[in-house]
Design a protein around this ligand. Structure first.
Ligand code: ATP
Ligand code: MG
Length: 558
């Protein structure tokens, strides 16, 4: 596999955003000598394009300001987390072109310190063990308009709390029987401050710490303290955590430890897909897709299999920018990013996806010749390849109409087209089966019209691609379309909005022979068809399977 981790110059320059301004000020004022950011995924699913926004932001800021960015696996919930997810997360961040260096961390690395701090808060009288059931706790919590009620266990003595908390840790109690809560304010207008849970009991082995623990810290308690331990300067998260910031600050203030600052930005929403890991997991579990890396998935592994380049995804993240207003980004913006990247990067090739036999009547049966074609029209350094031609070819079924509609510029009885890199042909007739379906098109060719020949300049309305029937290779092609039929899926019935036609598998495609050597993840522009990528999973040596990354033009635009 080719290394794909060079960062483009535009990305390195870094476009302006409010976080950049904050960091610039902090460096200028001497508040920080250098910056430390982090990307903190929970390993309960694969990363998606929304995470890419956060990765590009956090790693990009560290790169541009000469700081460091940590990859922190936020592994505080063993019931949902898995080694498979950890591996895919690391692979995706690397694939995107970012490097955490020495700084791969796990929230679970800090369990001993977090526990000690929790005991400290109990000792200060600002944390207590609560025996209410989950249901009771919910009822006591109140609502946005109504203050909560204090738990009857809220005023336990420090000694009793310490003893109970230690016994929770020792495994004396079953799951769900008790929790440790922060003692803040049950009447706070901010629900997050109504005595939030800090620890819960979960008797479940952990992918990283095994069975060392049976109590696990909640996100809100683990996160800020992990930031503090790692010396994070700017803790950047998405806007739904804005209301958690007072709690983030409260814990750090109570503990009197180094206090990073939390900043929020708007999460990415992309049209015609779903993004939350919960929904993506549901698609995988229900078999609506073949896995997390299904080429229709908005996961980074899915996009990679589909043929997206890391460059195109970074360019996308750069283009959409970082702000504080939530918004939906059109899928076509992402598609345009990969199109413009592959337009430059991908060599050209000819592939006939839905073949129709084309017989060149006046071309000698035993003859075969080779024509030279540039691999890229604007990049001579990519070289040329030779394309075999003979009497029997394949053309695209769509490029022929027996009764052409008005304005049809391709082949029809009596009309002429140019065969790309070869001759002008004239259609002389068709062959049909008993049900009247055209099974072959017959034509004659004019040798003078070959490139460099005396009639090379003769104008015809259309140019079509083709493949030699004798030399072409057969390959499977998978056409993908959008996962969801509506642009802004929301609500609980999103599964009813799945696009039933999001895949079309073609088994009879024929391609120029050079493509037999295509390697996994290699990308091509099939002339007139779109960009295609060799499937990294299902291809065999000499037998590539091609996934359509994107069509040449936005077929969804009105
Ligand atoms: P999801 O809601 O998709 O399940 P999450 O927020 O639970 O995602 P985490 O693993 O907690 O996923 O996210 C890791 C980081 O990625 C967080 O800092 C989070 O803010 C960020 N992130 C997640 N989704 C998006 C998104 N759509 N746009 C931008 N950043 C995101
Ligand atoms: Mg989360």
């Amino acid at each position: 596999m080719a290394p794909e981790n060079h960062i483009t110059e535009t990305a390195a320059a870094g476009s302006a955003n409010f976080l950049r301004n904050i960091i610039q000020d902090d460096l200028a004022s001497g508040k920080h000598a250098s910056i430390v950011t982090r990307f903190p995924p929970e390993p309960n699913g694969y990363l998606h394009i929304g995470h890419a926004k956060s990765i590009c932001l956090n790693f990009g800021l560290a790169r541009d300001f000469g700081g460091e960015c940590h990859l922190r696996l936020d592994d505080t919930n063993p019931a949902r987390e898995d080694q498979e997810y950890i591996d895919s997360i690391k692979g995706s961040v690397r694939w995107l072109g970012f490097d955490w260096g020495e700084h791969l961390h796990h929230a679970s690395d800090y369990f001993p310190q977090l526990y000690q701090w929790a005991e400290e808060l109990v000792g200060k009288g600002v944390a207590y063990v609560d025996d209410l059931t989950a249901e009771e706790m919910r009822a006591y919590r109140g609502t946005l308009t109504e203050a909560g009620k204090e738990s009857p266990y809220r005023n336990r003595s420090v000694e009793e709390n310490l003893e109970l908390f230690r016994r929770m840790r020792a495994g004396d109690f079953p799951d769900g029987s008790r929790v440790l809560r922060a003692k803040i304010d049950m009447a706070s207008p901010n629900m997050n401050l109504r005595d939030p849970v800090m620890y819960r009991i979960v008797h479940e082995p952990h992918p990283h710490t095994g069975d060392a623990w049976c109590i696990y810290p909640m996100y809100d308690y683990a996160h800020g303290q992990s930031d503090s331990i790692e010396g994070i300067t700017h803790s950047i998260c998405t806007l739904e955590f804005e209301d958690h910031r007072p709690l983030y600050d409260w814990f750090l203030d109570q503990l009197c430890v180094y206090h990073p600052r939390q900043y929020e930005f708007a999460r990415l929403n992309l049209t015609y897909t779903v993004m939350s890991k919960r929904k993506l997991l549901q698609l995988v579990r229900d078999g609506d897709v073949t896995g997390w890396d299904d080429p229709r998935m908005p996961t980074l592994d899915g996009l990679r299999r589909r043929g997206y380049t890391p460059d195109s995804i970074r360019a996308f993240c750069e283009q959409i920018g970082v702000g504080r207003n939530g918004s939906w980004i059109e899928m076509s913006v992402l598609e345009e990013c990969v199109r413009s990247d592959l337009n430059v990067a991908a060599p050209r090739a000819m592939a006939v996806l839905r073949p129709l036999r084309l017989i060149v009547e006046n071309y000698p049966e035993e003859l075969a010749e080779e024509f030279s074609a540039a691999n890229h029209p604007q990049r001579p350094e990519l070289g040329v390849r030779s394309i075999p031609f003979c009497r029997e070819l394949y053309m695209e079924r769509d490029d022929f109409m027996e009764v052409p509609v008005k304005g049809f510029k391709r082949l029809a009885p009596g009309s002429e087209v140019r065969l790309r890199y070869a001759f002008i042909i004239r259609c002389t007739g068709v062959e049909k089966d008993e049900s009247g379906v055209v099974t072959a098109v017959r034509c004659s060719y004019d040798r003078e019209t070959l490139t460099g020949g005396p009639a090379a300049d003769r104008k015809v309305k259309g140019v079509i691609h083709w493949v030699s029937a004798r030399h072409g290779i057969q390959a499977d092609v998978r056409l993908y379309d959008r996962l969801i039929t509506v642009s802004n899926p929301s609500g609980d019935d999103w599964k009813s909005l799945l696009n039933p036609d999001s895949t079309e598998f073609l088994t009879g495609a024929v391609m120029e022979p050079s493509l037999a050597a295509a390697r996994p993840e290699e990308r091509f522009q099939f002339e007139r068809q779109g960009y295609f990528c060799v499937d990294g999973k299902d291809s065999l040596p000499g037998k590539p399977v091609f996934n359509r990354t994107v069509t040449l033009r936005d077929s969804w635009a009105k």
